[in-house]
Ligand binder design. Structure first.
Ligand code: UDP
Length: 323
């Protein structure tokens, strides 16, 4: 069976993809430095606790495990932190990805699936945003993703790599079996913070900005269920191994919910009321992000099966109260 190496496999999205790979019988190897991931999220495969900076060690893993394809999730992901500490992001995301690509080149592994982000678009002119939109990130986090995409494009041009960059929109929810879920140490995402407020772990939920040019003044996002996103990775992988062309693909459902709508849904699903405070805008937030998902449906034949905000919140809530 196909051998797949996953970086960041102990993190939120990586661990859900590892679970799906394991269930489908792939042979899984994982590299994670456990700086933000956790061991108990890793349900399948062999784990090497390593930092991608350690190129020689990564190279030995590649030579030992001999994967046919790499799925690269490892990286720093908090937009606001990237505004305050950009160098951390350029080092962790861009620098370490270059280290990984160098090791791959030496080990002669050339299939690569990259965790990109809708943050590469910045404030898009067209909504839903197609992949052809100009990349104009408005924060260092988005910049790092756009830079890596550019590096991959150049490597593909040079015939050194085949890649798919998956541009994630707002990933949410937990696997329904309840064994794994969002495992962030720093909880910054809206749904998770709202669940913490519902649980009483936060005294209130703050809305970051109510003066955006949207119907209710709050930001609109395209929330996608983590297992639908995981499925997209498996399809992207198989597509590349079948000789598919390198490209970037949006991963979203093509519709959006405002911050206020999400909060209402969290209150409804959890059957708990909590205090909501209207605050100021958070730096680096675009008003509306919704995916045009025509391309991923066409190229990978990907089909959303859990397009339900209720389901995402429900699975995340079950995970939250269990942990
Ligand atoms: N948000 C908010 N309060 C919070 C967390 C997030 O109002 O406690 C808003 C945030 O400003 C953005 C939206 O919710 O408009 C989604 O933010 P999140 O951090 O979940 O994802 P992002 O879109 O930044 O990747």
């Amino acid at each position: 069976m196909l051998k797949v190496l996953v970086t960041g496999g102990a993190g939120y999205i990586g661990s859900h993809v590892v679970k799906l790979l394991g269930e489908r019988g792939y042979q899984v190897g994982i590299i994670d430095n456990l700086s933000s991931g956790s061991l108990k999220q890793v349900l399948y495969g062999k784990l090497w606790v390593l930092d991608l900076k350690e190129r020689e060690k990564v190279l030995s893993v590649l030579k030992e495990f001999k994967p046919e394809v790499l799925l690269h999730f490892a990286g720093s992901i908090v937009v606001e932190e990237s505004v305050k500490d950009p160098l951390k992001y350029y080092e962790n995301n861009v620098g370490n990805t270059i280290e990984l690509l160098c090791a791959m080149k030496e080990a002669k592994i050339n299939n690569f699936i990259f965790s990109s982000s809708a943050a590469v678009y910045g404030i898009p002119e067209i909504i839903p945003v197609p992949e052809t939109a100009e990349l104009r990130p408005i924060n260092p986090y988005g910049q790092t993703k756009a830079m890596i995409e550019k590096i991959l494009e150049d490597l593909a041009q040079a015939g050194e790599i085949n890649y798919i960059s998956l541009r994630y929109f707002n990933v949410a929810g937990a696997d329904r079996e309840g064994k794994i879920g969002p495992n962030y140490r720093q909880v910054t995402h809206l749904i998770l913070r709202a669940l913490k407020a519902a649980k009483g772990e936060l005294p209130f939920l703050e809305i970051y900005g109510t003066d955006y040019p949207t119907s209710d003044g709050t930001c609109i996002r395209d929330y996608i269920y983590v297992m639908d996103l995981a499925e997209a990775h498996l399809l992207a992988m198989e597509y590349l191994l079948d000789g598919g062309k390198s490209m970037a693909l949006n991963c979203g459902y093509g519709r959006g919910f405002s911050v206020r709508e999400v909060i209402e849904e969290v209150k409804r699903v959890t059957k708990r009321d909590f205090k909501v405070v209207e605050g100021r805008r958070r730096p680096g937030d675009p008003p509306i992000l919704i995916a045009d998902n025509t391309k991923i449906k066409e190229i990978l034949n990907w089909r959303p099966t859990y397009d339900s905000l209720e389901y995402m919140i429900k699975t995340a809530w079950e995970w939250e109260i269990k942990n």
